[in-house]
Design a protein around this ligand. Structure first.
Ligand code: SRM
Ligand code: SF4
Length: 577
């Protein structure tokens, strides 16, 4: 099949009904809907009809606290509707003044009082009630932050390796992440009009065009990264589009482009699967925005707008063929991909503690369990971060592992920052490598899709895993362990050496066989089991690994070599086999 034979959605049944989200985007007047009217509706704390979905394009999700939902139902009250906000923060860089503003808002105007660092290098507020929503956007705008396109069928927050050591390269990569983010943003003025009291006029409505995203935006969410090997902290294989930095003599010369990664699946639906991204080849720097634009435009036109479960780029590649998709991108962009340049990923973890950059500045990576910054009784993490922000002269960098880097500290200020961090529990020397390499998604009580606990369960699971490692005499070793509350996979369990995926309260599917570098999808080992089944199973496997592993063989490679699980090479055929 040549690319000219392919018509948009030609592989789909032409009579099939488009997903309802297509109707609501088309009728939304470029994402305006009736959101503004809803803000003044006193009858509900939530958003009505299509607005429930449309607010996502403005970076918000309607939620309620699931811990108190049934109690409120008994009292004949509607759920305590509120919104979660996710900021747009390409590369995860935030200035101290911005930090102080979000810290104050979290304290004064959110139900939970926390700042939640996410797996995509930004922060979320949980529990913002309707009367505070507009004020929240205006506060963010006053410090130069917005939440445009951090959710919905658009290109989301663009990730970038937080590499404070090789500062020059990082600066270039970060600038590209920002340029890509800006280039792919929606053009509609809806955000400014609704939240920032921007000017509204008939002509501004008529002038609205979405040259890249199109008037009905993308078929599904779209995720992009810029990464600097050998660090794969951003987990390229979770993303639709990746720019892997290629440097010569320390200078960025271009990118290898990887397309079509994604991790979500649906329990019991073999047409859904986590999938690695395909390598399209190398492009010199000057073609970066064109290629980004036309990977997006091809996905916009070829992606499945009938079945949202098969709408992401990963399925478009498998439906049309990766080579055809690539040829179409080349045709649209007028650029030929060159053969990929060599690079290697070696790790994904953050280097917790101090490192010195080539610019002589110092950088302190703080391990934040689950990314949840809150004042805990024994660890006032939030106060500690605020105190650091009050004196810090550099910036903060949020990592894709939910941690926080205090970056650019002059040597004279190192001791003071370390003292504050230690006093507030932000540095804890007792954390094991296992703890630092474990991650969970939010799940209960705020996530409406959670089937099982994740964030609240992770500390216990880490202790249990630490005990197993100690029992087998390898307490200083670690396994990349990730837990998610449902198969959407927000904590990227589908790139872990051990991934637990929520199936029901206390029940998980256990997947094994990802690797340290994040270049292999794991495979189902145990289905729908609780800890009385999976802990003894992990005990046996960790014991076997301790005794029979090769030099430096990680747990994920070991379970594949021993054929405890089969290797997933091609997700479409192997993942469910
Ligand atoms: Fe996610 C939906 C939280 C990263 C795949 N994700 C959700 C929602 C908004 C639930 C909802 O739709 O109502 C969760 C809100 C929970 C809460 O209370 O905060 C949620 N996702 C998160 C975060 C906060 C998890 C975390 O612990 O950090 C991450 C926010 C990232 C950000 O800042 O943008 C987050 N989500 C991810 C990732 C990991 C990544 O991108 O690196 C994935 C898997 C990668 C991928 O996209 O394939 C991911 N989230 C999903 C999906 C499944 C998408 C799909 O392809 O089907 C959903 C559900 C959906 O979109 O229908 C989802
Ligand atoms: Fe919610 Fe599922 Fe994502 Fe966890 S993986 S945050 S439970 S949608």
């Amino acid at each position: 099949m040549s690319t000219t034979d392919i018509k948009p959605n030609s592989k789909l049944d032409s009579k099939a009904k488009l997903a309802d989200n297509e109707r609501l985007k088309a009728e939304s007047n470029f994402l305006r809907g009736t959101i503004e009217a809803d803000l003044h509706d006193p009858l509900t704390g939530g958003f009505n009809g299509d607005n429930f979905q449309l607010i996502r394009f403005h970076g918000m999700y309607q939620q309620d606290d699931r811990d108190i939902r049934s109690e409120r139902t008994k009292q004949k009250l509607e759920p305590l509707h509120n919104v979660m906000l996710r900021a747009r923060m390409p590369g995860g860089i935030i200035e101290p003044e911005q930090w102080l503003a979000i810290d104050q808002f979290a304290d004064e105007k959110t139900l939970y009082g926390s700042i939640r660092l996410t797996t995509r290098q930004t922060f979320q507020f949980h529990g913002v009630l309707k009367p505070n929503i507009k004020a929240m956007h205006q506060m963010l705008d006053s410090v130069g932050i917005d939440s445009i396109a951090t959710a919905g069928d658009v290109n989301r927050n663009v990730l970038c390796t937080t590499n404070p050591v090789e500062s020059d390269l990082h600066q270039d990569a970060y600038e590209w992440a920002t340029k890509i983010s800006e280039h792919l943003l929606p053009h509609t003025k809806a955000y400014a009009e609704i939240w920032l009291n921007g000017e509204k006029s008939e002509s501004s409505l008529q002038e609205t065009q979405e040259p890249i995203l199109g008037s009905t935006y993308l078929p599904r969410k779209f995720k992009t990264t810029v990464t600097i090997p050998p660090n794969n902290e951003v987990d390229v294989h979770a993303n639709d589009l990746n720019f892997v930095a290629i440097a010569e003599n320390g200078k960025l010369v271009g990118f290898n482009v990887l397309v079509g990664g994604g991790l979500a699946m649906t329990h019991g639906d073999a047409n859904t699967y986590p999938r690695k991204a395909d390598d399209f080849g190398f492009i010199p720097l000057q073609h970066t925005l064109k290629i980004a634009e036309h990977v997006v435009s091809t996905q916009r036109d070829w992606g499945n707008r009938v079945n949202r479960k098969n709408a992401k780029t990963k399925y478009t590649l498998d439906t049309f063929g990766s080579d055809n998709f690539k040829a179409e991108v080349e045709k649209r962009a007028g650029v030929k991909f060159e053969p990929s340049r060599p690079y290697k990923f070696t790790h994904r973890g953050d280097r917790i503690g101090w490192v010195e950059g080539i610019d002589g500045k110092h950088h302190l990576t703080l391990f934040i369990q689950n990314g949840r910054i809150l004042d805990y009784p024994d660890k006032p993490l939030k106060t500690g971060c605020r105190k650091i922000a009050e004196i810090h002269q550099g910036d903060f960098r949020m990592t894709a592992n939910q941690n926080l880097i205090v970056a650019g500290v002059p040597v004279e200020q190192k001791d003071e920052i370390e003292r504050i961090a230690r006093e507030h529990g932000l540095i804890d020397d007792s954390h094991t490598e296992q703890r630092k390499n474990s991650m969970a998604c939010v799940a209960l009580p705020t996530c409406p899709l959670a089937m099982a606990e994740a964030e609240r369960y992770l500390p216990t699971l880490i202790e249990q895993t630490e005990a197993l490692l100690a029992k087998h005499g390898i307490a200083n070793d670690d396994i990349i362990l990730r837990v998610v509350g449902c198969p959407n996979g927000c904590g990227r369990a589908m790139l872990a050496e051990i991934g637990l995926v929520g199936k029901g309260p206390g029940k998980y599917n256990v997947y094994l066989g990802g690797n340290r570098e994040g270049t292999r999808v794991p495979k189902l080992y145990l289905e729908n089991v609780s800890d009385d089944v999976y802990l003894p199973a992990l005990d046996a496997l960790i014991g076997q690994w301790a005794n029979e592993r090769l030099d430096n063989e990680c747990f994920g490679d070991f379970v594949i070599r021993k054929q405890i699980v089969a290797e997933v090479k091609v997700s479409k055929t192997d993942f469910h086999a």
